[in-house]
Ligand binder design. Sequence first.
Ligand SMILES: *[C@@H]1O[C@H](CO)[C@@H](O)[C@H](O)[C@H]1NC(C)=O
Ligand SMILES: *[C@@H]1O[C@H](CO)[C@@H](O)[C@H](O)[C@H]1NC(C)=O
Ligand SMILES: *[C@@H]1O[C@H](CO)[C@@H](O)[C@H](O)[C@H]1NC(C)=O
Length: 406
Amino acid sequence: MNSRFALVLFLFFVIVPLSKSSIFKPFSPKSPLSSIVFPISGNVFPLGYYSVLLRIGNPPKAFQFDIDTGSDLTWVQCNAPCSGCTVLPPLQYKPKSNTVPCSNPICSSLHWPNKPHCPNPKEQCDYDVEYADQGSSMGALVTDTFPFTLLNGTILQPPLAFGCGYDQSFSNAHPPPATAGVLGLGKGRISVLSQLVSAGVTRNIVGHCLSSKGGGYLFFGDSLIPSTGVTWTPLLSPDNHYTTGPAELLFNAKPTGLKGLKLIFDTGSSYTYFNSKTYQTVVKLIENDVKSTPLKVAKDDKTLPICWKGPKPFKSVLEVKNLFKTLTINFTNGRKNTQLQIPPESYLIVSKTGHVCLGLLNGSEVGLQDSNVIGDISMQGLMMIYDNEKQQLGWVASDCKKLPKS
Ligand SMILES: *[C@@H]1O[C@H](CO)[C@@H](O)[C@H](O)[C@H]1NC(C)=O
Ligand SMILES: *[C@@H]1O[C@H](CO)[C@@H](O)[C@H](O)[C@H]1NC(C)=O
Ligand SMILES: *[C@@H]1O[C@H](CO)[C@@H](O)[C@H](O)[C@H]1NC(C)=O
């Protein structure tokens, strides 16, 4: 499995008690704030992640970051020196006595329940993040400038706090990431978005558009959001992640009996994970359906747990999508009932040997317990909008190739 999905498990439990209103200044809807846009590169398969280049320091140096709406902290592999770094020293960040002291309030947003830290206010603020796939990064918080050009043409260099990761470990189950770091896009106070909002740079909104052909774009702020056509559903609050629900799952527009689902939207996950019961039901429905097609199980293909072969190798998911049905997430909360479609091309991949494989996985197998995680595969071809001001998640179909006119 080439899935590297990041869900911070214990970092998040600490951010809950912080009251949002005390952290974020409310901005009026007509606020003149601009937005920041970054081109995205990457794909679901074979790469397994989407990334952006961020420049840090003066003179600026560019680093490649895995974009992750499932965690808050941004960190970069750091030559302090480093243990467990996967990029070479010239591609690592070099700290220069710019560590954040424990006395800085931003440090307290990193407290862990079972690991008291920072007894001395003058000491450096250490961090330790663990992801759901058992990978972890340890290091110290540092501050440095991030040169950005806003959409309105203004050039800014805000100082931002981030992790200088000098001790990484990765589980055997997953290959180490090829990126220099992780860009945490969660709503916690330590995230780059929250810091930009506090500095009055953008509104508290982040969004992305992941193209099924690879690439796309990421944005902070509201400038790119179309004024019509966006479907919205409430984000559950308080919640550490971008969680929606409850929802019921439909298969081929028919009820599956699966109800009350909560779904976490996580770009740090390549594939979509369901809890054991949901996974079992969905797989049964799909397998039953495939029986009436020319597809046969391809046991020899280890790309993902379930693959099928056709009469001849496939080159693209588009060749097989007619053999599969659409899954629909029917949100049953809120005043208006809304639906998110997951068509076959948003849950299937074509492997290197030309088999079609199921990109829906059993979350219990990777320790996710009861969570359902909507990963990159199911967000392709959509502009996704995480609006932390109105506590809602929006989506609208898009080819993600060209920036929409603002
Ligand atoms: C561009 O936006 C920033 C904040 O997002 C604002 O401070 C600045 O004044 C704006 N510049 C122009 C030229 O509108
Ligand atoms: C999902 O994974 C769990 C934990 O490994 C396992 O007990 C369960 O049987 C799996 N469910 C299915 C449908 O494969
Ligand atoms: C979706 O959910 C709504 C609200 O519970 C319900 O009224 C509607 O029938 C559902 N749609 C389908 C196709 O099941």
